[in-house]
Design a protein around this ligand. Structure first.
Ligand SMILES: [Zn+2]
Length: 337
């Protein structure tokens, strides 16, 4: 496949980027250790993908406010199989937490040293991490402790970005087949690494594989807005058929210039179901390809809520093309008179 398509496909197995000051690791595979906020523990303690554990474990991050004001916080955590320094850490994100909720004498009440963690596997080497941004106010220096060396940046990945290696691979097979299902796939340009005959061979082989893995249930794909009646790949929001050439475009992300060009049809990874705590997003039948522009419009709101909002916008504007044409003219007149 053309290099750019290959690159898009490969990227789906990786998490998004993170700056070195963040809690998370930067662009790593989705089956890395996950970071779970303590407030979300109840709904996230086991992945909702039919398995009982995260492939590479987890670290629970605990607000110091909660830990230091709850009686027997260690006992509460122990009931859930959690312990600071083993699979849980205190996370300092705000300056008041750093000022008000630190033990005196360098030790926590349970006797553990109050030290920054540096290992992602138990023992974590410490009991806390801190990510407090610098402020211009007095004493507002940046505080970045734990997982901040070049070799060990970030404690893990965002829990909702997690997918086991098997799930991520399955998702990739389905996403590749969605490229092969583009209406104009015949027009895919030749690539030095793949001419037309070898491309057709690959297409047939991957489609066969997808069917065997139950990844090509056309009714399910259609209901999830990934393909249309003609079984061609569509953008999940606007339902326009995608073109293989859309996969070969790269958005012009000039520095300081957001691209809001309506003609821009670059294709990006699309989530069908909106983000919900405790629900993993990266799995077959919940991922598709869609326009980067449409994806920006949907953001985390979800496709159906976005469509409902669009409908209300159109209703208020009088849902007729003729009226919109007339409105365009009068807006221009009003602005430029
Ligand atoms: Zn679209």
């Amino acid at each position: 496949m053309p290099a750019l398509v290959q690159e898009k496909l490969a990227k789906t197995g990786y998490t998004r980027g993170a700056t070195h000051r963040e809690i998370y690791q930067n662009r790593v595979t989705r089956w890395n250790r996950v970071v779970i906020p303590w407030e979300q523990w109840a709904s996230c303690k086991s992945p909702d993908d039919g398995t009982s554990t995260y492939q590479n474990g987890f670290i629970v991050l605990i607000e110091p406010d909660w830990y230091f004001t709850t009686s027997d916080a260690d006992g509460v955590l122990a009931l859930e199989g959690l312990a600071l320094g083993t699979n849980a850490l205190l996370l300092y994100r705000r300056r008041y937490q750093w000022r008000s909720f630190r033990p005196s004498g360098g030790r926590l009440e349970n006797g553990l040293p109050f030290a920054p963690a540096f290992s992602r596997t138990a023992p974590l080497g410490g009991t806390y991490m801190a990510r407090i941004h610098a402020t211009t106010a007095e004493g507002g220096e940046e505080i970045v402790h734990g997982y901040n060396t070049t070799r060990m940046r970030g404690a893990g990945i965002r829990v909702y970005e997690y997918a086991s290696q098997a799930t991520a691979e399955a998702a990739k097979v389905q996403l590749e087949c969605l490229i092969w299902a583009c209406a104009d796939v015949e027009d895919m340009p030749d690539d030095p690494r793949m001419n037309r005959p070898s491309r057709m061979q690959r297409q047939a082989a991957q489609m066969k594989r997808a069917r065997e893995m139950d990844l090509w249930d056309v009714d399910r794909l259609h209901n999830a807005r990934l393909i249309n009646q003609a079984r061609h790949t569509v953008c999940p929001l606007c339902l326009d058929e995608l073109s293989v050439s859309d996969f070969l475009k790269r958005a012009d992300q000039a520095a300081g210039r957001e691209t809001y060009d309506l003609t821009l049809t670059e294709v990006t990874l699309f989530h069908i179901d909106e983000l919900r705590v405790g629900k993993l997003q990266h799995k077959p039948y919940n991922l598709g390809w869609g326009h980067a522009h449409c994806n920006t419009v949907v953001k985390d709101a979800g496709i159906m809520p976005t469509l409902k909002w669009m409908k209300s916008v159109l209703d208020r504007n009088g849902d007729s093309w003729a009226r919109l044409e007339k409105e365009t003219a009068s807006v221009e007149e009003a602005v430029n008179r």
